[in-house]
Design a protein around this ligand. Structure first.
Ligand code: ARG
Length: 215
């Protein structure tokens, strides 16, 4: 094996890592917003609202991310919507992640002691106010580890957007493979980079989770 290409091309991988991190952070950020909305919709008593959220979540979870990215990337121009590629990438990843995060939130809300909602309601708070000030903050704290885990998943899944030319780690590895005519080694570098990112993050998260449980 020959890794001498790194001398010249290490910056490609560094750029890739920056893109991967930026994509993942934006994705989970927007995913959380979408996820809260979808989770509340899915728990709603209004049948249509509940149905819409469920249908969306099931559709997203039941179709491959690769197909979703192609759909959005090629469908938008038909609707005369022109987005920069990286916006389309973040959009797709967020729409996808939001469905998974919605289920995390739903579990978090449902696992919270019913007494929390009942106590708030008995103090005269309307349902939405109890949800907003009593239930959601506690649910959010309980699911923080699961959200951290979603970030780890998104870091890996973001490799998919290399197919539309987003210059994240996988794309950069492909580029370097083409330039230096070594089909194999650049991929090892990419794998190591993903591993370092996800492994460090998981370690940080579990340490942080331990601290959450102690207090
Ligand atoms: N590889 C999965 C798919 O193609 C995507 C899973 C995304 N998961 C997530 N937790 N955001 O469908």
């Amino acid at each position: 094996m020959d890794f001498s290409f790194l001398q010249e091309y290490w910056s490609f991988f560094l750029k890739g890592a920056q893109w991967t991190i930026v994509l993942s952070i934006f994705t989970v950020f927007f995913g959380v917003i979408l996820g809260v909305v979808l989770a509340l919709m899915r728990l709603s008593k209004v049948k249509v609202v509940k149905f819409l959220a469920s249908a969306y979540i099931e559709f997203i979870r039941g179709t491959p991310l690769l197909v979703q990215i192609y759909l959005i990337y090629y469908a938008l121009p038909y609707a005369d919507i022109k987005l920069p590629d990286y916006v389309a990438a973040i959009l797709t990843l967020s729409l996808n992640s939001g469905a998974y995060i919605a289920e995390i939130f739903r579990a978090g809300i449902q696992n919270l002691d019913k007494g929390q909602m009942e106590a708030a309601r008995s103090l005269g708070m309307p349902h939405w106010m109890a949800m907003r000030h009593i239930v959601l903050p506690q649910a959010f704290r309980n699911i923080l580890p699961a959200l951290g885990n979603e970030l780890v998943v998104v870091i890996k899944e973001s490799s998919i957007v290399s197919v539309i030319g987003i210059m994240e780690i996988t794309y950069q590895a492909d580029t370097v493979r083409g330039i230096v005519f070594r089909p194999f080694e650049p991929l090892i570098v990419a794998a190591i980079m993903y591993f370092v990112l996800t492994f460090t993050l998981s370690k940080l998260l579990s340490r942080w989770e331990g601290r959450l449980h102690r207090t």
